[in-house]
Design a protein around this ligand. Structure first.
Ligand SMILES: NC(=O)C1=CN([C@@H]2O[C@H](COP(=O)(O)OP(=O)(O)OC[C@H]3O[C@@H](n4cnc5c(N)ncnc54)[C@H](O)[C@@H]3O)[C@@H](O)[C@H]2O)[C@H](O)CC1
Ligand SMILES: [K+]
Length: 487
């Protein structure tokens, strides 16, 4: 598992936790109470505390912290840096209502709604808690947040930032406008990449607080991972939303490239080029006018097609080789030439796994998608029985051959040189022909805008999920065409 997360990876883990039946308000409660616990353990005697709150989840953490510290006898002045109706986050809204109610009854809590910076006065509390902005900050800091940050930075108080110092970019750690200068940053669940990249002056010492997110939310795929998909921009022109080249098929089997092409198109890919032997090219062309089909002379894919292929490689984002290509040595020569002559992303699937020499992928940017038997043939070694041993072996091979490995199985194991993820969606109905081509098509389609690693585990999740939906309706005898309709 990764030690630091980008904000979007954190959001995905958050969302996966909800998918794993833990409501997000529980995470906010855990965040707030663990931060309050840190304050009580480290500053037992500091009794006057200011908490500055924004309108998102970070602010919500602040409301929870106030509630817990009040119970420990602290005097709290809570500043909401907005009108309450601007609080969008549903969990923050709930905690706002509660802390607002408490302020009517508990004399140790003073609550101020700051809508204009003129309402801010020098802050002489012992401790200031910065719960203004966390991973959701974007753009120049608006008022009164901007002045509040100045106020905080001028004060002599010990400043504790919740999750991220407000104003610091949580991804790259850059201060584009201004940021709170924190004595300590209490980051939730895992450090965000920005904290590690930032000038330490802003972050102070980093403490990582657990908030009850189970390992499964990171180790396994979930709906949260779909948040990582780069959505096609509406104002895009043809080809901006990704273009792929699929090289496959042989006279006996043309369905593979069609399933792969349709799956890629289902992910919003604009341009699908297909290179096939002339005998199958004619039929493929008729299937969908969207395809740009180039045919190669001869019955099977061979080196005569390399000139047109290398031209197309320059025009696309990602390449898929193997779908129903057959096992002729001429095709093998072509595939090995392709993997050694471009640094574009390449998905090596199906028959290509029997034709490409693993030594040839080391300097390329590849994803291999074997099932158990294809794995043994491609890597020339057996798979251990225990899953942890499988993961260790896959991590070793992934590093050795600089490739992402999607090992298909009841639980798919996806391994990159620096991380792994498991996918448990799907069912035994998925063994029907064509599902591997759909998966490869999803991978090459998603990889036009995401990494090969993300595309592999997100594709496995999407396809398995589609299969699970079909089982509910049809039992196990569904077809790949049914799957295609769902994805
Ligand atoms: N698993 C977890 O990590 C948990 C995290 N939690 C906390 O939630 C925040 C993320 O919440 P989110 O609502 O996505 O974003 P923020 O609260 O950081 O800010 C969004 C909020 O702020 C406004 N805003 C954004 N940019 C600006 C700006 N430039 N100027 C002014 N205002 C701005 C925006 O309008 C939004 O209203 C995370 O950091 C944690 O602290 C939860 O506790 C749950 C578990
Ligand atoms: K903050």
């Amino acid at each position: 598992m990764k030690g630091v997360l980008t904000p979007i990876e954190m959001k995905a883990v958050d969302r996966n936790t909800e998918y794993n039946h833990i409501p997000t308000i529980v995470l906010m409660e855990n965040a707030g109470s663990s931060i309050a616990g840190y304050i009580m353990n480290n500053f037992p005697d500091k009794k006057k505390i200011s908490i500055y709150c924004g309108t998102g989840g970070n602010g919500g953490d602040g409301f929870v912290i106030a509630r817990h510290l009040l119970n420990q006898g602290y005097k709290i002045h809570l500043f909401l840096l907005s009108k309450p109706e601007n609080i969008k986050n549903k969990d923050s809204k709930t905690n706002w209502k509660s802390i607002n109610l408490i302020s009517k009854t508990d004399k140790n809590l003073k609550l101020s709604k700051i809508t204009d910076s003129s309402q801010l006065n020098p802050d002489n509390s012992d401790i200031i808690i910065d719960a203004i902005l966390g991973t959701g900050v974007n753009g120049r800091l608006r008022e009164p947040i901007s002045s509040a940050i100045d106020n905080i930075n001028y004060s002599p108080a010990i400043v504790i930032s919740v999750d991220v110092p407000s104003g610091l970019n949580p991804e790259d750690g850059v201060v584009y406008d201004k940021s709170v200068v924190a004595h300590t940053t209490l980051t939730l669940h895992k450090p965000k990449t920005g904290l590690k990249l930032a000038d330490n002056k802003y972050v102070g010492n980093i403490e990582v607080l657990d908030i009850g997110i189970p390992l499964v939310s990171e180790e396994y795929t979930g709906v949260g991972d779909l948040l990582k998909l780069k959505t096609p921009s509406t104002s895009s022109h043809k080809g901006e939303n990704g273009s792929v080249l699929i090289i496959g098929s042989n006279p006996d089997y043309i369905g593979a490239v069609i399933f792969a092409a349709e799956a890629a198109i289902s992910r919003g890919v604009d341009l699908v080029f297909i290179v096939a032997p002339e005998s199958s090219a004619k039929i493929i062309k008729q299937y969908n006018p969207e395809y740009i089909v180039k045919s190669i002379e001869g019955d099977v894919l061979n080196m005569d097609g390399y000139p047109i292929i290398s031209e197309l490689i320059d025009r696309v984002d990602s390449i898929l080789i193997g779908s129903g290509a057959g096992l002729s040595s001429q095709t093998g020569e072509l595939f090995n030439k392709i993997v050694t002559s471009t640094d574009k992303k390449i998905v090596i699937d199906a028959d290509a796994l029997k034709l490409v020499d693993k030594q040839n992928i080391i300097d390329s940017n590849t994803l291999v998608t074997p099932h158990t038997r294809e794995f043994k043939e491609f890597f020339g070694c057996d798979l251990p029985d225990k899953r942890d041993d499988k993961i260790k072996l896959l991590e070793k091979l992934s590093k050795e051959y600089n490739t992402v490995i999607l090992l298909k199985g009841v639980v798919d194991i996806v391994v990159s040189p620096d991380d792994y993820k498991l996918n448990s969606t799907g069912n035994q109905g998925m063994t029907v022909g064509g599902t591997g081509d759909l998966l490869a098509g999803l991978c090459v389609g998603i990889s036009t805008r995401n990494t090969l690693y993300e595309s592999a585990y997100i594709s496995a999740f999407i396809l398995g999920n589609a299969g699970d939906k079909l089982v509910e309706e049809y039992g196990f005898n569904y077809t790949s065409s049914d799957l295609l309709k769902i994805i």
